[in-house]
Design a protein around this ligand. Structure first.
Ligand SMILES: Nc1ncnc2c1ncn2[C@@H]1O[C@H](COP(=O)(O)OP(=O)(O)O)[C@@H](O)[C@H]1O
Ligand SMILES: [Mg+2]
Length: 356
């Protein structure tokens, strides 16, 4: 493989046959406030409340790669944290196998935390710096009672083999590894508890392009070998197109479009998706930052309460866009867009697919 290419060498597994979702967000909202500063208190002004997620709905099916894209600050990590119960949602609900996380009894919630694992952009912050790899994996295996004590050693070796690391890493600590190796260790730890979903939040964003390809290839291989569902969060569209079955596009806390990966990339509908796809660089050496070509917008706090979140940057904005937020509307089976350019009467073939 060309080392400068971020493209995965491994083939993407076929799209899974439609099955009931394993993880679902239903109109999930999340707001963040902050404590008032001294100045704000003196002036008696309230600090702004940030709407990081505004009624986002999506559903992850077993064995699929579902990517969530959008520029920095669009709410991707907040969504990931709501999906993995690291954040409680302020509105809406998250369902795991049809069961509301907020209503789960402790034993069921523990099982959820085992089956739905998250891997972060910065593994050095996520891994305990004082623990050796062996201690980390041993702890994960023991806490969730994955295997009897006499099989822990063999299990750890098998995990390292899965993520293509030598056994010699067992006695080392996080600061002794490169970024790519750390992501492999984070993945080994996530896999140790036998998850069915991995939520990978910008796991390759901090890595060199050649290392990115290796880690993405590893994810694809693991998905194929273990039947994992992967929620792949990224701001870099180059990778997403080639590894995803389905893609959701977020803009300022709102899901603006979703669809099958190929359809979304070849025929982007939402003006923001068109901008993103149009501004993604080709695979020429030297063109490495997709987001460098993306015009930047304001922050979430600047968004007015009504209307379309994208209207200030939209080349097609109409008066209606300021007055009324466009709901997500089905366009065809498995495809929806939140934009007034499209009729908001449900397409009969797509009426039941408004949730991705
Ligand atoms: N813990 C938090 N406290 C306050 N604001 C937050 C917190 N986490 C995220 N935000 C805000 O929510 C918005 C969405 O952030 P985030 O989900 O991290 O976006 P992304 O992952 O797409 O870059 C941003 O404006 C961010 O500043
Ligand atoms: Mg993020």
């Amino acid at each position: 493989m060309n080392v400068a290419s971020p493209m995965p060498a491994a083939p993407v597994p076929d799209a899974p046959i439609l099955e009931a979702p394993i993880l679902e967000a239903q109109r999930v909202s999340k707001r963040f406030g902050r404590a008032a500063s001294l100045l704000e208190r003196a002036r008696r002004v309230h600090p702004p409340v940030i709407c990081a997620l505004d009624e986002v709905s999506l559903a992850i099916r077993p064995g699929e790669t579902f990517s969530i894209v959008g520029e920095s600050g669009s709410g991707k990590s907040t969504l990931a944290r709501c999906l993995t119960a690291l954040h409680a949602c302020d509105g809406g609900r998250v369902l795991y196998r049809g069961r509301d996380l907020a209503q789960m009894p402790p034993a069921e919630r523990r099982r959820f935390h085992r089956r739905v694992q998250m891997v972060f952009q910065n593994p050095l912050a996520a891994l305990n710096p004082r623990m050796t790899v062996s201690e980390m994996l041993r702890e994960a295996l023991r806490v969730h009672d994955i295997c009897p004590a006499d099989q822990v050693q063999a299990q750890m070796r098998a995990l390292l083999e899965r993520v293509r690391l030598p056994v010699s890493v067992l006695d080392r600590r996080p600061h002794q590894f490169s970024g790519g190796q750390l992501q492999r260790i984070a993945m080994a730890r996530a896999l140790s508890v036998r998850p069915e979903i991995i939520v990978a939040d910008e796991v390759v964003s901090a890595l060199d392009v050649s290392v990115q390809a290796q880690i993405v290839n590893l994810l694809i291989t693991l998905q194929d070998e273990l039947g994992l569902a992967i929620v792949f969060i990224a701001h870099d569209l180059r990778l997403v197109r080639h590894i995803s079955h389905r893609v959701a596009v977020m803009y300022r806390g709102t899901l603006v479009e979703f669809g099958d990966s190929e359809a979304l990339f070849t025929q982007p509908l939402h003006p923001y998706t068109r901008l993103l796809v149009g501004s993604a660089p080709t695979l020429q050496p030297g063109h490495v930052h997709a987001h460098a070509h993306t015009p930047t917008g304001g922050t979430i706090a600047e968004v007015a309460a009504t209307g379309c979140v994208f209207r200030a940057r939209c080349p097609d904005a109409m008066p209606r866009c300021a007055a009324e937020a466009p709901g997500l509307r089905p366009i065809e089976a498995g495809r929806a867009v939140a934009c007034h350019l499209f009729p908001d009467t449900a397409h009969p073939a797509a009426a039941d697919t408004v949730t991705p």
